[in-house]
Design a protein around this ligand. Sequence first.
Ligand SMILES: *[C@@H]1O[C@H](CO)[C@@H](O)[C@H](O)[C@H]1NC(C)=O
Ligand SMILES: *[C@@H]1O[C@H](CO)[C@@H](O)[C@H](O)[C@H]1NC(C)=O
Ligand SMILES: *[C@@H]1O[C@H](CO)[C@@H](O)[C@H](O)[C@H]1NC(C)=O
Ligand SMILES: *[C@@H]1O[C@H](CO)[C@@H](O)[C@H](O)[C@H]1NC(C)=O
Ligand SMILES: *[C@@H]1O[C@H](CO)[C@@H](O)[C@H](O)[C@H]1NC(C)=O
Ligand SMILES: *[C@@H]1O[C@H](CO)[C@@H](O)[C@H](O)[C@H]1NC(C)=O
Ligand SMILES: *[C@@H]1O[C@H](CO)[C@@H](O)[C@H](O)[C@H]1NC(C)=O
Ligand SMILES: *[C@@H]1O[C@H](CO)[C@@H](O)[C@H](O)[C@H]1NC(C)=O
Ligand SMILES: *[C@@H]1O[C@H](CO)[C@@H](O)[C@H](O)[C@H]1NC(C)=O
Ligand SMILES: *[C@@H]1O[C@H](CO)[C@@H](O)[C@H](O)[C@H]1NC(C)=O
Ligand SMILES: *[C@@H]1O[C@H](CO)[C@@H](O)[C@H](O)[C@H]1NC(C)=O
Ligand SMILES: *[C@@H]1O[C@H](CO)[C@@H](O)[C@H](O)[C@H]1NC(C)=O
Length: 680
Amino acid sequence: MLSKILSISALAAAAQAISISVASSGGNATSAYQYGLMFEDINNSGDGGVYAELIQNRAFQGDNIFPKSLDFWNALGGAKLSLQNLTTPLSAALPTSMQVTGGNDSTIGFSNVGFWGFPAIAGWEYKGSFWVEGDLDGNVTVCLAGDDNVAYAEASVEVSTSSKWTQYNYTFSPTVSAPNSNNTLNFTFAASDLTGAVNFNLLSLFPPTYKNRENGLRVDLMDAMADLHPAFFRMPGGNNVEGVYPPYWWNWTQTIGPLEDRPGFPGAWSYENTNGLGLLEYLLWAQDLGMTPVLAVWSGLFLNGTFLAEDRLGPYIQSALDEIEFCMGDASTTYGALRESMGYGPFEINFVEVGNEDSLSSGGPSYTAYRFNAFYDAIHAAYPQMTIIASFYDVDGATPPFNAAGDFHEYAIPVQMSSQFGYFDNYTSAHPLLIGEYAVVEYDQPGTNEPLWTAGAGRAFMPFWYGSVAEAIFLLGAERNSDKIIGASYAPGFQNLNRWEWIPDLISFDANPAHTTLSTSWHMLELLGGTRITENLPMTITDGEYGPAYFVAGRSAVTGAHIAKFAVYNGTESFNLTFAGVGAGATANLTYLTAPMNASQPIGGNIVQTHEQTVRAGRNGVFSFKLPEYSVAVFNVAANAAGPGHNYGNAGNRHGWKGWKSWGRDKSHHGVLNQWGQTL
Ligand SMILES: *[C@@H]1O[C@H](CO)[C@@H](O)[C@H](O)[C@H]1NC(C)=O
Ligand SMILES: *[C@@H]1O[C@H](CO)[C@@H](O)[C@H](O)[C@H]1NC(C)=O
Ligand SMILES: *[C@@H]1O[C@H](CO)[C@@H](O)[C@H](O)[C@H]1NC(C)=O
Ligand SMILES: *[C@@H]1O[C@H](CO)[C@@H](O)[C@H](O)[C@H]1NC(C)=O
Ligand SMILES: *[C@@H]1O[C@H](CO)[C@@H](O)[C@H](O)[C@H]1NC(C)=O
Ligand SMILES: *[C@@H]1O[C@H](CO)[C@@H](O)[C@H](O)[C@H]1NC(C)=O
Ligand SMILES: *[C@@H]1O[C@H](CO)[C@@H](O)[C@H](O)[C@H]1NC(C)=O
Ligand SMILES: *[C@@H]1O[C@H](CO)[C@@H](O)[C@H](O)[C@H]1NC(C)=O
Ligand SMILES: *[C@@H]1O[C@H](CO)[C@@H](O)[C@H](O)[C@H]1NC(C)=O
Ligand SMILES: *[C@@H]1O[C@H](CO)[C@@H](O)[C@H](O)[C@H]1NC(C)=O
Ligand SMILES: *[C@@H]1O[C@H](CO)[C@@H](O)[C@H](O)[C@H]1NC(C)=O
Ligand SMILES: *[C@@H]1O[C@H](CO)[C@@H](O)[C@H](O)[C@H]1NC(C)=O
C-alpha cells in the first residue's frame, strides 16, 4: 500500500523531472580555490571588528584626514584630559598622548567607551596594557564597568613616578557575564597620588583571541569565517590599499613591528586605522584559516584619482618587491630576515594583485599605459611562478591589454545575478579571472530590471534569501568554469552594527557576541563552499533544461565523493540524476537550504533551514529527488556508499588551470552596478 502511494507521487513528479547524467571524465580543469574571502577595514570590521582590540582610539592616532582627538575617552571625577605632544613621546610613530591633570574629586581618571561597548563575558581572560609617564605614584584601578554600576572585572596596577615611558600589563576575568555590552573600561586612581601631570598612551585591552595569538583576532568572527572553508584571502583590502589621497597609501612597512612603531593610517572608510591589523596579522589570519593570500600591492593610484607619473613609480615598485620578500623570503634576504626576527617563517604567496579597481577612475588610462606593466615586469622577473592579477574589471569594455589575470567585481540585483549562470561560459581569455568582489545588494523592483532602492540606505540592510540564491546561481556558473575562474569572494565581509558605511555585508556584529549574525549568503556559502569539487565533470541533460534549477557536478579527490550542487530559483524542480560508475543501491546525502524568499536574518538569529535527506539510487543508478523553489543544495555520494562499480580514480588536475582558452566578451550584459549602486 505504502509503496503504491509512493510510486504515484513519484509519477507525478516525473512529469517535470529534469534528467542529468554526469560523466566520469572530461570536465573543465578545476581551480583549487573557488570559494574565498575578501577583506578590508570597512564598517569598523578590522578595528572594532575582527581585530580583537577592545579600546577605541587607543593611541590617539590621526592625520590630516582624521585629526587626532580624545574621541571615545571621558574624564572621571573631574579630571582634565588633553592631547599633548611631549618632547619625549612614546615613539616617533605615536607622538601624541593623553595627559591627565587633577580635578576636584578624591578619585579621578578616565574611561573608554570601546567600540560601542565592551563585551564582559564570564570566564574570558582579558589582557590589558598601557604606557605611562609622569607624576603618578600609586595604584591605577582598571575596571570593566557596567552601566548598572557593576564592576564585572577589575585589576589594580601599581604605577611609579617616572619621566620614562613604561608599559604596565594586567589581566582580569569576569566571574559573571554582563547582561549586555553597555560597559566601559574605567581607569581611576587617588587624586592624592598625582602630584603634577601624568601621560598615557597605547592603552590596550584584548579578549581571548583566535588560536590565542598575541595582538590577535576575534574568536567568533574567525570561527564564522573558518566554517566557510575559504581557500583564498584577498588582502589587505580594496579601496584601503589605494589610500584616500596623497600621501596616504597602504605602506606595509608602517604596519609591522611593535604596536608603538605603527603610526596608523587614514582608511578609505571614514575612520583612522590603528594598523594593529598589519601585514603579518593578515598573513597569520590567512594561515590560521588555511587560505592562500591574494596580496594586493599599491599600484600608484589614490582613490581621489591622483596617480603617479611613470618616472615616480620606482620606489613603490621596490616597496612591492620588498613586501613580497617580507612575506616569502628566507632568512638570507633582507626582508625575509626582518620577518624571521619577528618570529615567523616564510608565507607562501601565489597571487599578487596590482592595485584595486584601477579601471574605475581617471587612473585607468595610466594603468593601461604604464602602471600595470611596470609592476608586472618587476614582480614577474623576480617571481616567474607568481600569478599576477590586474585590478581591471571592466567586463563590457575592451579586453584588458595585460598579460595577466583580471579581477572582476559585481554588485547587482537578483534578476541580474540569477540570469548569470552562463555568464562566464564565453570568457575564453588566455588568462584567468578572479571574482574579487560580488554581492546582491538590493531587492528587485517587481516587474522591472531595476533595483528597488529601499528606503534609508538605498540598499538591502543585510543579504536576503532570494538574493543569496541568485548569488548561488552566479557562483555555480563560475564554478563550472573554474578552469578560467580562480575563485570568488563575497564583499564586504563584515558590518559593525554601530557604524557601517556599506551594506549589505556577509556577517554583522557588534561588541556583544550574542549579536553576531551570519547572513543568508553566509549560509549559502557554508554549504556550497564547504563541499569542494576538485574535478568538474561534464553533465548531459537528457531531459529538461537549466532554469529554474542550475547545477554543477564533479568529484572530490579529498573525500572520493561524487558531488552535485544545485541552486533552484523560482520554481520547484524534480531531478533524475546519475553519475557514471555509480550504480543501483548507492546512497546519497542531500542537504538543502530554504528560507522565506524575502527574509534577512534577525540580529543574532537564523531563519535559514537546513534539510537533510538520504536518497537511494534506483534501477540503473538513478537518484530521483525534488528541490523546492528558492533552495540551494549539495548532493553527496560518499565513495563507500557509491555501490558496486564505483569508478572513483585519480581526480587529477586539482591544482592546475593549465589550459586557458582565449575568449570573447559577453557584450550583451547590462545592468552591472558599480560600487555606489549606479548602473554602469
Ligand atoms: C525520473 O524520476 C521519476 C521520479 O521522479 C521516476 O518515476 C522515473 O522513473 C525517473 N526516470 C528515469 C528515466 O529514471
Ligand atoms: C601634535 O602634533 C600633531 C602632528 O603630529 C599635530 O597635528 C597636533 O596639532 C599636535 N597637537 C598638539 C596638542 O600640539
Ligand atoms: C596596588 O596594586 C598591587 C598590584 O599591582 C597590589 O598588590 C596592592 O595591594 C595594591 N595596593 C593598594 C593600596 O590597593
Ligand atoms: C606586556 O604585554 C605586551 C603585549 O602583550 C608584551 O609585549 C610585553 O612584553 C609585556 N610587558 C611586560 C612588562 O610584561
Ligand atoms: C545600551 O545603551 C544604549 C545607548 O545608551 C541603549 O540604547 C540600549 O538600550 C542599551 N542596551 C541595553 C541592553 O540596555
Ligand atoms: C565608568 O565610567 C563611566 C563613564 O564612561 C561612568 O558613567 C561610570 O559611572 C563609571 N563606573 C564606575 C564603576 O566607575
Ligand atoms: C587628490 O588630493 C590631493 C591632495 O588633496 C590633491 O592635490 C589632488 O589634486 C587631488 N586629485 C584629484 C584628481 O582631485
Ligand atoms: C613607507 O614608509 C616608510 C616608513 O615610514 C618610509 O621610510 C618609506 O619611504 C615609505 N615608502 C615609500 C615608497 O614611500
Ligand atoms: C556564449 O556564446 C554562445 C555562442 O556564441 C552564445 O550562443 C551564447 O548566448 C553565449 N552565452 C552568453 C551567456 O552570452
Ligand atoms: C566547462 O565550461 C563550459 C563553458 O566554458 C561550460 O559550458 C561547461 O558546462 C563546463 N563544463 C563543466 C563540466 O562544468
Ligand atoms: C521565473 O522567472 C522567469 C524570469 O522572470 C520567468 O520567465 C518564469 O516564468 C518564472 N517561473 C516561475 C515558475 O514563476
Ligand atoms: C550522510 O550523512 C550521515 C550523517 O551526517 C553520515 O553519517 C553519512 O556518512 C553520510 N553518507 C553519505 C553517503 O555521505
